[in-house]
Ligand binder design. Sequence first.
Ligand SMILES: [Zn+2]
Ligand SMILES: [Zn+2]
Length: 337
Amino acid sequence: MKTMRVAQVPAAKGKFEIVERSIPEPSHGTVRIKVAACGICHSDALVKEGLWPGIQYPRVPGHEVTGTIDAVGAGVTRLKPGQRVGVGWNGGYCGQCDNCRRGNLFACETGQVTGISFDGGYGEYMIAPASAVARFPDELSPVDAAPLLCAGITTFNALRNSGARPGDLVAVHGIGGLGHLGVQYAAKLGFKTVAIARGEDKEPLARQLGAAIYIDSQSQDPAAELQKLGGASAIIATVTNGPAMGAVAGGLGIKGRMMVVGAADSLQVSPLFLLLGNRSVTGWYSGVSIDSEDTLAFSARTNVKSMNEAFPLERVSEAYERMASGKARFRVVLTMQ
Ligand SMILES: [Zn+2]
Ligand SMILES: [Zn+2]
């Protein structure tokens, strides 16, 4: 019997273990992917630390997966062996429930999450529902592209659904794993792009990524600075600090919308400020497989790149610590060969 290596979390708060398992066969409606690379995301802490209700252990995390289909289960017509594909946070949808029938596939009542509901990409092979699989352009390398399946789709999809139009003032708050991609996408989408981060030292990078304007939130009031520029049509809030996010929200222009993609604990915004200007604060779920395909294709076409630190699978513990330290520039990616 052929075997594969995977990195599993044996129990909540347990240490990663590299184990040999038999290579699984794809069941009806699923495909088997030979994994090339998998990003390590902050959300993988949900598995590692046992923060997701009902999770079954051992569990293989990983929802920024790139690779090649090597076997296809019965009933799968769209995908074929040999295709380059990726899998993100959305672990597929049923197409039958009321949310799916209303077109809200991301909110499918089956609620499958890659690497949480079923084993993810920290291993040589994985099984994924066909509805979770995104096709992947040849121009992108698997390591470069892996974080685009989570950090990329989240920011790209938030920007294109923000209501902002080309030429509008759009701010990206935070230049980390999400924000360094958000700034590139905003610039490539034709927005007048503002990057907001703490400290002067981030300015050269922000400009290199495509920001036309940089606001240092330590030495300047970001809301006042945005208002001086006419107010932002959209703000993509990638930080996880609630007060910092709240300090930027006041920079929304008339009908401006803050797209919240950073999981801060709480957020304070003045209702009067919102209602007097028809402003809004919207939570944004990353997207489904077709949004991943759009993200990958747009990234290839416009040369948007994630800045990554790569580690082989055997060094998963070190790689995870590197991500958790917040010091990685900017995303950490596991490679399988
Ligand atoms: Zn993620
Ligand atoms: Zn459904």
